[in-house]
Design a protein around this ligand. Structure first.
Ligand code: URP
Ligand code: ZN
Ligand code: ZN
Length: 478
């Protein structure tokens, strides 16, 4: 197996930074060395197969995107990135592991849902991948199957308080599933929005002729995110289940999480780049020559983009800094405008929900370092180390240390990244939700288990490089 030495860079972890060389032997990090070290009396650089010069650059653990939806069937269509195209785009952006969601629905067996997602992913991924399990139909059979997921390396499951008739669980079902969570250590992930209320509001808006994408954001009011977050926290409190709330976008929902954490409850929250940068007014309310007022469909996702005037975006950044929110994932769920988003022309309820960002998460979050909103160490913690700890991958992933997988990104703080179609875009979409974003910083080189898969603008990886990640229990269980 080849040996690689990454020299001259600044190795950044969640807890600090230092000038160090990283020695990778085959797929695994063998040593983190003083620059220019000798091993057994031999100059290391002279004895390895390959030396990568990272002078002036950051050397960080590969990104872990813990919330993606490749090929997810949704709204009469399916997310347009396959495991092949989506994971390749992830690699381009410095993400070396994803955790996607296998799906079980009413009347389906959990084991069959999981098997179907294994079949979609196996042999197709550019980077390593794991699964959470969506339990979209909490019934006796599903409840009985859930503990068996742990042996399969699936140690977290997602419930939905939204999307009645699709993935929705009522409170009694949430209770039953959380009881299993408490008994087994499976981490409950929650889509916290009051779906039944939102569906009535949405129907009323459409009946009034308010059918544009903008009204998706009005129907999915922050009050119903706050309320559902509170309800999820209280049912978790009652059962003693650990709770992780996904795609938090309302500042009031963050306040609910923070209050519960202050009382000692084991609850966590994730936000996504779209809730840090984009807004109800600017994106959902956008118009264009091509799409008119339907332009906003590009940014229809749930939870929705929130009003900048109400201060949600600033609050998300603050919560990331103060650890009221612990992680940033993308919720990558891409749909094209043509033939997919346009299913909702004339009725925003029929627009498939989702935004594609997997390629840009590391860059977009690095921008928070550039603007002083988060530190360099916090950048690594939010995008790699905490995802590894939260979802049972730490040690293997999320850290540069001997024994860890050789998943390493060399990031150039003096580089520049222009985002958009025809620029850095490798996602399988006909538009970019991030068109025109300019990033101070650039993903130069990406190694996945010791193999260089992206180097100086060239893709060197292959379909099938990625392996399934059997995960352990969350490190945040009490
Ligand atoms: O809009 C979104 N978030 N689509 C993906 C499904 C989900 O709820 O995460
Ligand atoms: Zn969701
Ligand atoms: Zn999602």
């Amino acid at each position: 197996m080849a040996t690689t030495l990454i020299t001259g860079g600044t190795v950044v972890s969640a807890t600090g930074r230092s000038a160090a060389d990283v020695l990778i032997d085959g797929e695994t990090i063998a040593a983190v060395l003083q620059p220019g070290s000798e091993l057994l009396g031999t100059d290391v650089a002279a004895s390895v197969d390959r030396v990568i010069d990272a002078t002036g650059k950051y050397v960080i653990p590969g990104g872990i995107d813990a919330h993606t939806h490749m090929e997810l069937p949704f709204g009469g269509t399916a997310a347009i990135d396959t495991f092949e195209t989506g994971t390749r785009a992830a690699a381009w952006g410095g993400t070396t592991s994803i955790i996607d969601f296998a799906v079980q629905r009413y009347g389906e067996r959990v084991q069959d849902g999981l098997a179907a997602w294994h079949a979609k992913a196996a042999g197709n991924c550019a980077i390593d991948y794991g699964f959470h399990q969506i339990i979209g139909g909490v019934d006796e059979d599903a409840l009985a199957a859930m503990p068996g997921l742990i042996d399969e390396g699936i140690t977290s499951f997602k419930l939905f308080m939204a999307y009645p008739g699709v993935f929705y669980s009522d409170d009694a079902q949430v209770l039953r599933a959380m009881q299993v969570s408490r008994e087994t250590g499976l981490l409950t992930m929650m889509h916290a929005e009051n779906g039944p209320v939102i569906d009535v509001l949405a129907a009323q808006l459409v009946a009034e002729g308010k059918t544009d994408p903008y009204f998706h954001g009005i129907a999915r009011a922050w009050q119903m995110e706050e309320e559902a977050t509170h309800r999820a926290i209280m049912i978790a409190n009652l059962t003693g289940a650990p709770l992780y709330v996904v795609h938090v976008s309302a500042k009031q929902a963050v306040e609910q999480l923070a209050a519960a954490r202050d009382k000692g409850q084991n609850v966590f929250g994730e936000t996504c780049p779209q809730y840090l940068y984009l807004s109800l007014e600017e994106q959902l309310g956008a118009t264009s020559d091509e799409w008119g007022r339907f332009e906003g469909a590009k940014w229809v996702c749930s939870t929705p983009l929130r009003s900048r005037a109400e201060g949600h975006q600033d609050h998300m950044w603050q919560a990331l800094r103060t650890n009221d929110l612990q992680m940033v994932s993308t919720d990558h769920c891409p749909f094209c405008m043509k033939d997919q988003k346009e299913l909702g022309l004339g009725d925003f309820r029929a627009i498939p929900n989702g935004i594609g960002s997997i390629e840009h998460r590391m860059d977009l979050m690095y921008q928070g370092v550039v603007t002083g909103k988060i530190t360099l160490e916090r950048w690594v913690e939010l995008t790699s180390t905490t995802p590894a700890r939260m979802f049972g991958l730490y040690g293997r992933k999320g850290v540069i240390q001997p024994g860890a997988d050789g998943d390493v990104v060399i990031y150039d703080p003096n580089g520049h990244t222009s985002i958009g179609l025809g620029k850095t875009h490798h996602m399988n979409m006909d538009h970019s939700a991030w068109e025109g974003f300019e990033i101070d910083g650039h993903v130069d080189t990406v190694l996945s288990r010791g193999k260089v898969i992206v180097d100086g603008g060239e893709y060197l990886g292959a379909k099938g490089d990625g392996r399934f990640l059997k995960r352990g229990l969350s490190q945040y269980l009490t």
